[in-house]
Design a protein around this ligand. Structure first.
Ligand SMILES: Cc1ncc(COP(=O)(O)O)c(C=O)c1O
Length: 465
């Protein structure tokens, strides 16, 4: 008889993992959003020395579930409104499990024909959703930060190539100078990308913005063929959109490149009722967005698109004799990404889009926006000041003084019915509510509003004492 192979025991293990995951996802909707103090204390049980002898996989899984599951933040439930966090759609969780079993390296078509095919399909669908130009190129990266970095690397390539400078070969030492224009309310990830690319996070020219954080096109500095203009589809605080049409016209007249940070806001293109917010963004030269935010696929999943595929490829391609080229002119995934080996992120993107369809995707976006408006109406009805025009899925609220607002946020977080974070918006301390997940319901909003009102009353009472 053949020897027992460890792979034969995998079925039981995966069924156990499925049971534990299903239980987690059922319970996560009802538990407090933050882990209980005793769950956090139990994490110390994991701080053991590296064991000399291994343990059976089922025991490892049981330990992970026993200690780990209660110590998670319940961002997969319906009441987590911090940062911009989605919560994976069921189809994407299941697809991700299968993909993990496949354990494909998405680097080349020949290392994973299925991953390369799903990239082709998903890119075509995404091109339709975002109204991208014919001939665009795209890639599946770890998040919007890496997408922005990849897009800006393309911009750097193109703008310097115009001056006969090959930046990939010669670097930036002695290169003609590029200028980068950003709005006053630029997201930190754009500055980080510029820093990583050697273009300097402090050398940017900041264009003035209005009260919602939108660049004022009439106040843009002079632009030229060595300028990159970074605009936003969805400000992380207000959800506002820069006037892309006006900025793109001005920039393109001057020969400048326009990059869009659309980490979550670009998905408004998928919802016919919101599309006017995003009109004009299709005229840009490059775009960064996330899968793991509003498309609700598991982390880590971002998307970069560049108007001409060859411009992304020029900045990303690497070759070596042992890395055989693709055949028949098929797109080779790694020619468009900063990484070589990586997981097949397109699998979950494809599963999300296939399971939602065009209508489901529009509903996902619209329902988040509806819940955000529900929040804003409830907060105003309780006498609180909503600081932004709630055009998308973001709400900014003040509970009075900075001190009372901060105290209210702390009480909300401790109460654990929901989780919201703080921010400072144009000098005012505020609380952010970002509704980005499929799992949020009207009941979640009502429960959260009650918790928020209670916390604010306590904070105001404590401040009055
Ligand atoms: C507007 C905006 N841009 C970029 C990012 C960075 O995205 P990621 O964390 O996926 O890199 C975020 C994250 O919240 C964002 O809101």
């Amino acid at each position: 008889m053949a020897d027992d192979h460890p792979a034969d025991r995998v079925e039981c293990l995966l069924k156990d993992a499925a049971d534990r995951s299903a239980r987690y996802l059922r319970d996560v909707r009802e538990r407090k959003v933050v882990p209980a103090p005793h769950a956090l204390r139990r994490l110390s049980a994991l701080r053991s020395p590296l064991p000399s002898q291994g343990e059976p996989a089922d025991q490892v899984l049981a330990l992970l579930d026993d200690i780990g599951s209660p110590a998670t933040v319940a961002s997969a439930g319906g009441r987590y409104y911090g940062l911009v966090i989605g919560g994976a759609l069921p189809a994407t969780v299941a697809a991700s499990w299968l993909a993990t079993a496949w354990d494909q390296n998405a680097v080349f078509r020949w290392t994973s024909p299925i991953c390369a095919t799903l990239e082709d399909v998903a890119l075509a669908w995404l091109g339709e959703i975002f109204e991208l130009p014919a001939g665009f190129g795209g890639a599946f990266v770890s998040g919007a930060s890496m997408a922005t970095m990849s897009a800006l690397a393309s911009a750097r390539h193109v703008l310097l190539a115009r001056s006969g400078w090959n930046v990939e070969a010669r670097g930036l030492f002695g290169a003609p100078e590029l200028r980068v224009v950003v709005g006053e309310e630029v997201h930190i990830s754009v500055l980080k990308a510029l820093a990583l690319l050697g273009m300097g996070s402090e050398r940017v020219i900041r264009a003035p913005v209005d009260g919602q954080g939108r660049i004022r096109p009439e106040a843009l500095p002079p632009l030229d063929e060595r300028t990159i203009v970074c605009i936003q589809a969805g400000n992380v605080n207000t959800g506002s959109f820069d006037p892309a049409g006006a900025i793109c016209s001005k920039a393109h007249e001057a020969g400048a490149w326009v990059h869009v940070d659309g980490a979550f806001g670009l998905w408004a293109k998928a919802a016919p009722m919101r599309r006017t917010l995003v009109s004009g963004f299709e005229e840009a030269d490059s775009w960064a967005t996330d899968g793991h935010k509003w498309l609700n696929v598991p982390y880590d999943s971002g998307l970069v698109f560049v108007r001409r595929a060859i411009d992304l490829r020029a900045a990303m391609a690497a070759n070596a004799a042992y890395l055989a080229e693709g055949v028949d002119g098929d797109r080779e995934p790694s020619h468009y990404t900063p990484e070589l080996s990586r997981r097949g992120r397109a699998i979950e993107i494809w599963a999300a889009l296939r399971s939602l369809g065009r209508d489901g995707l529009a509903d996902l976006v619209d329902s988040s926006c509806r819940h955000a408006r529900h929040f804003a109406a409830g907060l105003r009805a309780s006498g609180f000041e909503v600081l932004n025009d709630v055009v998308l899925n973001q709400v900014l609220v003040s509970f009075g003084s900075a001190e009372v607002t901060r105290a209210t946020i702390a009480r909300i977080q401790a109460d654990g019915v929901c989780w919201c974070g703080g921010t400072v918006w144009q000098g005012r301390t505020a609380m952010r509510i970002s509704v980005s997940g499929w799992a949020t319901t009207s009941r979640d909003v009502e429960l959260s509003l009650a918790s928020i009102a209670g916390a604010a009353a306590q904070a105001q009472g404590a401040a009055a004492e």
